[in-house]
Ligand binder design. Structure first.
Ligand code: G3I
Length: 357
């Protein structure tokens, strides 16, 4: 029985936030540094101070997804989004809208012709016109389509079998990009997915991106999510992927970066995978051991060395402001995770110091 790790004590020696080297300042001119934020209205004063000191962009973690923003055919929930847009304008933060077409967190009625006679095609158009149109000119970019490429290709398919694909066929992808562009002539428009660095899925993604570009869809860039596991980061495939996506003339971004310190089934970020963890498997419930944090620091540094080498890489977004906010505390099951640069007390971890060193 491994001895439980020593309790993580608040790092009272951590320098005050404003005296920490700023991540966005040292990356200015080449990389936007972002993080996912669930709701800017729920940030504590210290969280807001940390966010504004280190990050130049935020991605809406949930409030702009189809179901949260459009829960019923004639009802939208714009309040938290209006607040987030205003917050970003007030603090000169770039805002990434996330996301318009996704198989998760989309209401079932989206994909049906309802009593109102609106078909899924019209529902998609109406959703984009209302949501993208409301914030036209105020967002830096949209993750227009999320996770539409098949994880495996058992029967030669290259697209994920989603309700959108079943309702509208492949053309839903072109329609979504074209209507997003019509609703906002300025925003950057991205395709976003996980495992895009893996050779097989990358080939399918390149095929999709080329088809979109050939069809006149204004795709500005590709988001490689980057939900990687400590000691299993595919550095070589990441470098090859940057080069191959950049060759299409696209921005390349790492849009949901985290380094999971606890092994998990090989499914990257497929939310359909769920599993229970025993207490014994909640290895780091009292804190993350120094040797694990040291390896995490080395691997984040190696990633940033890669990102900084390639001019096509324009942004790195961490999927959460600090460990306490990470989705990886809840997926694929509940256990205490430590995947980001700042700990639950909002103190910088070794990975932060390695990046700014
Ligand atoms: O807001 C409701 C709340 O009203 C309700 O009481 C509660 C309990 O059911 O659920 C809350 O919604 C949750 C939402 O997060 C906001 O906290 C959803 O159940 C939960 O499924 C949702 O999880 C998000 C997940 O996407 C699914 O949308 C995670 O926070 C978010 O980090 C994760 O992010 C995704 C990216 O969008 C796409 N790439 C993969 C990445 C990780 O899965």
């Amino acid at each position: 029985m491994a001895t439980p790790p020593r309790k993580q004590l608040p790092n009272s020696a951590a320098p005050a936030i404003d005296s920490q080297p700023s991540l966005k300042a040292i990356s200015a001119g080449h990389l936007d540094i972002g993080c996912a934020v669930h709701d800017t209205q729920r940030l504590s004063p210290k969280e807001q101070q940390l966010l504004l000191h280190h990050f130049s962009s935020i991605t809406a973690e949930n409030v702009m997804k189809p179901e949260p923003i459009h829960p019923e055919p004639q009802r939208y929930r714009f309040e938290p989004v209006d607040a987030m847009v205003g917050f970003c304008e007030q603090h000169a933060l770039k805002l990434i809208g996330h996301t318009l077409a996704w198989h998760q967190q989309s209401p079932a009625w989206f994909f049906e012709t309802g009593d109102d006679g609106l078909s899924p095609k019209h529902r998609l158009s109406q959703h984009i016109a209302e949501v993208v149109g409301r914030y036209a000119g105020r967002l830096h970019a949209w993750d227009v389509v999320n996770e539409a490429v098949a994880d495996t290709a058992a029967n030669g398919e290259y697209l994920r079998d989603t309700p959108w694909l079943r309702a509208l066929g492949e053309d839903y992808l072109i329609q979504t990009f074209k209507e997003a562009r019509k609703a906002d002539p300025k925003a950057r428009l991205y395709y976003n997915d996980y495992n895009l660095e893996r050779r097989d899925k990358r080939a399918r993604a390149l095929k999709l991106l080329q088809r979109l570009l050939d069809a006149g869809a204004d795709v500005s860039g590709v988001g490689i999510q980057g939900h990687w596991i400590l000691d299993q980061v595919p550095f070589e495939e990441i470098e090859q992927s940057i080069e191959q996506y950049a060759a299409l003339g696209l921005e390349v971004m790492f849009t949901e970066l985290d380094l999971d310190v606890i092994d998990r089934p090989d499914c990257s970020a497929d939310l359909d995978v769920q599993r229970a963890y025993s207490l014994e498997e909640d290895l780091y419930r009292d804190g993350c051991p120094p040797d694990v944090l040291a390896r995490q620091a080395e691997q984040y540094a190696q990633l940033f060395q890669l990102f900084r080498q390639h001019p096509a890489v324009t942004r790195v977004t961490f999927w959460g402001l600090h460990d306490g906010q990470s989705w990886l505390n809840h997926w694929p099951g509940t256990r205490t995770n430590h995947p980001l640069l700042f700990d639950r007390a909002l103190n910088p971890k070794p990975a932060f110091w390695q990046l700014v060193g």
